[in-house]
Design a protein around this ligand. Structure first.
Ligand code: NAD
Ligand code: G3P
Length: 337
């Protein structure tokens, strides 16, 4: 049995908290929102997972120290925009040597750091966190399915094999199969960038395009994720694996996907703001666009789908005309990465 502190009580944090508690682990959940702690601890329901009952064994707290002290694992499960502030709040209570697992997916726009790098960047500021272990836990994992104990796979990514395996052991159960991976950077890039391609997939559905277009976006979307990721030092196996192609497939095709659904609404003519509001949970693909554009420039790689999504989502470009111009770019060979 492990002691686990979960920081963040949104859809994914609570689906994982329930799963871990049902596996016999001792789980304490902290939220930055005091009202949310009151609501969850009394109703034992998460508003976006209405069918899921929160086990009585899960403890909720408004005190971040309680969620961080004496824990085998501290799980960061807040949306990407809150990862740095959460790390700052928790830092004084995180001991050196701690295992930190991040499940949020994104890239910080100002620093271009992945999210475990953001946590590390924040923790190292006090000079007391030189030996913290960082793990990215990522894959094709919609909370709505995990909350129903449907079979799911995920990747525990850490350059330290022993740490990746410790996390594998804690999260693995009969419904959750965990693979290890030593390429934390590649796994995190996949998780952040696939959300932008999923927006494109949703936009195309909203326009009335079909499965042919969706398949094209998945394959050519991964081509551009890989083009950037390999240049940044990610490993091919990650892009071809569960956290790469696996997660892109699920996000670009699932009705549960926040990104796919937001894209659909945008394709139907809603603004990005209207789409985010209607989805009611974080749409990380929209948050990831600025960093993806910067990285494409910095590493001098072509990312035509990402640029097309930016034009539609952030600059009011007509979605149909944008897709037509994507289709009518100069001719290419598939053999060139
Ligand atoms: N939902 C999924 O299926 C899923 C699966 C895998 C990964 N993820 C990733 O996990 C992350 C969280 O996703 P989610 O679906 O749980 O999002 P969500 O929109 O459900 O999360 C909202 C939660 O964020 C927290 N929060 C709100 N304001 C905050 C603040 N100021 N400071 C700190 N925390 C605050 C609260 O606990 C709130 O409930 C995202 O990066 C997402 O990409 C989600
Ligand atoms: O619902 P989405 O689009 O935010 O995707 C959630 C997860 O990343 C799926 O693995």
């Amino acid at each position: 049995m492990a002691k686990i502190g979960v920081l963040g009580a949104g859809t994914w944090g609570m689906a994982l908290a329930r799963m871990l508690s049902n596996s016999g682990h001792e789980v304490t959940v902290w939220s930055a929102l005091p009202q949310e702690v009151d609501e969850l601890s009394t109703t034992r329901r998460q508003k976006n997972l209405p069918g899921m009952v929160i086990p009585d064994a899960i403890k909720f707290t408004k005190n971040v120290e309680e969620a961080c002290e004496n824990k085998d694992i501290i799980l960061f499960a807040v949306p990407s925009v809150f990862v740095r502030s959460t790390a700052k709040t928790a830092a004084p209570f995180i001991p050196d040597g701690q295992i930190i697992v991040d499940v949020a997916k994104g890239i910080e726009p100002d620093t271009l750091l992945t999210l475990t790098e953001v946590i590390a960047d924040e923790l190292k500021k006090d000079g007391k966190h030189d030996n913290v272990h960082y793990v990215a836990l990522s894959g094709p994992t919609h909370a709505e399915e995990v909350a129903k104990d449907l079979p799911t796979t995920i990747v525990s990514a850490c350059e330290d094999k022993e740490i990746a395996e410790k996390v594998q052991d804690v999260f693995m159960n009969q419904n959750m199969r965990v693979y290890t991976n030593s390429d934390r950077l590649g796994v995190e890039l996949c998780g952040a960038l696939k959300n932008i391609i999923a927006l494109a997939s949703g936009i195309c559905s909203g326009l009335g395009y079909g499965d042919n277009m969706r398949a094209a976006l998945i394959i050519r979307g991964m081509a551009e994720i890989k083009r950037l990721g390999l240049k940044m030092g990610g490993k091919e196996a990650s892009f071809d694996g569960l956290a790469g192609m696996g997660d892109l497939i699920v996000t670009a095709t699932s009705k549960e996907s926040r990104n796919n659904n937001a894209g659909y609404l945008i394709g139907q003519g809603k603004s990005a703001e209207e789409a985010k509001k209607e989805v009611g949970m974080v749409v990380e693909g929209i948050n990831a666009i600025p960093a993806a554009l910067e990285l494409a420039k910095k590493y001098d790689v072509e990312m035509p789908i990402v640029f097309a999504v930016d034009a539609v989502v952030n600059h009011g470009a007509d979605a149909r005309k944008t897709i037509i111009s994507l289709m009518n770019r100069e001719k290419k060979s598939e053999m060139v990465i």
